[in-house]
Design a protein around this ligand. Structure first.
Ligand code: SAM
Length: 211
């Protein structure tokens, strides 16, 4: 059976238009006229809310903050049961915008920002110290940081990764260095240390559990 993917996304977005607030558009408007790296789509924020309200994590690590769209949704989902979030970002200017957004949506109190290269920052965390790790930084870092992400995640914890499908759905000959990194990462994820799947929503989202 064939169907129009965009029509399906639009239908679902219409159904959830109140539940999805703040949407990507709303946070983009609130952030003013600035350049920033793309954020997760509304349908991925929706998926994260469902997963997080089920898992009820106490400690979440986000890698890649940008204007804080995903951060707001994760923080809102975990705040009511005492969860908190550490987010890593290399760009301190964009983090100033994110800070305002977190304050606006009243979640700044449970979010700690750490600045610098996530590859280095992650080494500061103890093994198995997070219930959820969300990787959404430079795609080049996905395979490079794979082992460290698993090290800091507890057994049974959730590993969420954005942008893992549609960028690599072109011919291999056309892959950029970033696409090659995503493909390498997907192979690592499927290799046995995790139970996982790649969902064809947004730009593709991997949902995995550490075994
Ligand atoms: C795709 S955006 C994050 C979007 C955000 N998770 C959201 O959905 O709202 C990626 C972010 O990762 C940051 N980043 C890229 N390389 C990084 C690194 N080596 N260490 C830390 N942050 C990095 C970028 O500056 C950018 O703001």
């Amino acid at each position: 059976m064939y169907f129009d993917y965009k029509e399906a996304v639009d239908y679902i977005a219409e159904i959830y238009k109140e539940a999805d607030k703040p949407t990507v558009q709303e946070i983009t408007d609130l952030s003013g006229n600035i350049d920033f790296d793309p954020v997760i789509e509304d349908e991925i924020a929706r998926l994260f809310r469902v997963l997080l309200k089920s898992v009820k994590p106490k400690r979440v690590l986000e890698i890649g903050l940008s204007i804080g769209f995903s951060t707001v949704h994760i923080a809102k989902a975990i705040k009511s049961f005492g969860g908190n979030l550490i987010t890593l970002e290399i760009d301190e200017e964009i983090a100033k915008v994110a800070k305002k957004n977190l304050e606006h949506f009243e979640v700044a109190d449970i979010v700690e920002m750490r600045f610098g290269d996530a590859q280095e920052l992650i080494k500061e965390f103890k093994s198995e110290s997070f219930d959820v790790v969300f990787q959404d930084s430079s795609k080049r870092l996905y395979p490079v940081m794979f082992e460290e992400c698993l090290r800091v995640l507890r057994k049974g914890g959730l590993f969420l990764i954005d942008d893992t499908l549609f960028p690599v759905m072109t011919a291999e000959d056309d892959w950029s260095a970033s696409d090659k990194a995503i493909h390498r990462f997907n192979q690592l994820v499927a290799d046995g240390k995790l139970e996982s799947t790649i969902l064809p929503i947004g730009e593709g989202c991997t949902v995995a559990v550490k075994l």
